[in-house]
Design a protein around this ligand. Sequence first.
Ligand SMILES: [Zn+2]
Length: 483
Amino acid sequence: MTRHNGSRGRAALSLAVLAVAMSVPQQASAQAARPATIQATVAITNVTVIPMDRERTLADQTVIIRGGRIETVGDAARTSVPADATRMDGRGKFLMPGLAEMHAHVPPGNPTDEQLNDIMFLYVANGVTTIRGMLGAPYQIELRRRLASGELLGPRFFAAAPSLNGNSAPNPAAAVAAVRAAKAAGYDLMKIHPGLSLETWDAAVAELKAQGMTFAGHVPAAVGVVHAMQSGIATIDHVDGYLEASVRDSSVHRTPGSTMGEMIESIDNVKFRELAEMTARLGVWNVPTMYLWENFYGNRSPEELGALPEMRYAHPDQVNAWKSQRRNRSLGDANQGLTPERRERYLLLRREMLKALADAGAPLLMGTDSPQMFNVPGFALHRELQVARAAGLSRYQVLESGTRNVGRYVASSLKQDGAFGTVAAGQWADLVLLDGNPLEDLENLTRRSGVFVRGRWVSAAEITEGLNRLAAKYAALRQGGDE
Ligand SMILES: [Zn+2]
């Protein structure tokens, strides 16, 4: 591994060398060899800024980006463009912060650089400049550094540790040992999966607090959402635990043999408001991952889902695996008493719970759980925000969950540099330049002129080229598979 320990100049030189060295084995990946000039000074003139500090737009601005950060945001008429800046005409365009995928599953094991390049490119191509990895693996500590240094083009990356769950933490001692190992390895947070006993949960929480580490993810059934929140869980993902806590008869989802279908029948949405208010009061974040549940329980067949346009950019083996997962799930649904009516009701209740959280002012973060079932990295986020919108959130609330809130979460919960997610002087230049206003139509988020990744401009042409290269690679694999 190359070590970066020199001055800025030396770091820049190693990046240039790496860009050349990396181009050889990666010709097939989505990213082309990158120029060494990663952080040029850029002036975007006469652009409409969507600062995301509150719901407003600022017309006719000049934004100057230097050294990876926003140096100036000012009225175009009064802001002079530095002589060394590359000018970009922003007329008719909208500049907003990059989006975030706060529940990414970056592959475990040891993915190749080509695989990592392709995944990270999909995020950038979709305007995603921050991800939080929620499926930890040891190599991701190094991956985080490579992304931060610009050695690998991609979003900034916060890495959760391999999860605490019923297998990794079968008892309190095992949980404490796992927490200590995660802290020593340098992960940013602890991921929680189902299966922890209440006793193990409490021991883990005590150790996490002693280690100064936040924890996030699922709500184990034995813990329940109320106790999880009172324990200080930082983010609840997948709206986990809320519906279970809203059943009229709490024996229904605890009794062995009772089905999910019966649980759904027993949910009383009157309880949503109280739970949402408690969430807001305790300042617990939610990453609702709504779109994945639509894929789990919605009416679209595996074939329909597998034929969505973004499936071009997923490995054919992956798409086939998703299809068989979806078919197996349908079989399991029957055993769980999940009739089509109950599945529909379940999805509706999840939307109602999300709306209750938003109405109560509980803080929300955007995330999809990609690449879980039919969630293509980056593309899935644009499906997610449509579901959040359909649940009744305003466009601004949806955008805020993927921008400003993310910077706030990183600063307040992870205690790290959260200087992104708004467009203002001093913030990191993680930005998307759009051809339409997303506050008027969220579809405009897909009309991109380009993306800034910490000041490094990735143009629409570069994005299209990379996506085409990826689609061609996977199309060739599909052809090969048919022979
Ligand atoms: Zn997950």
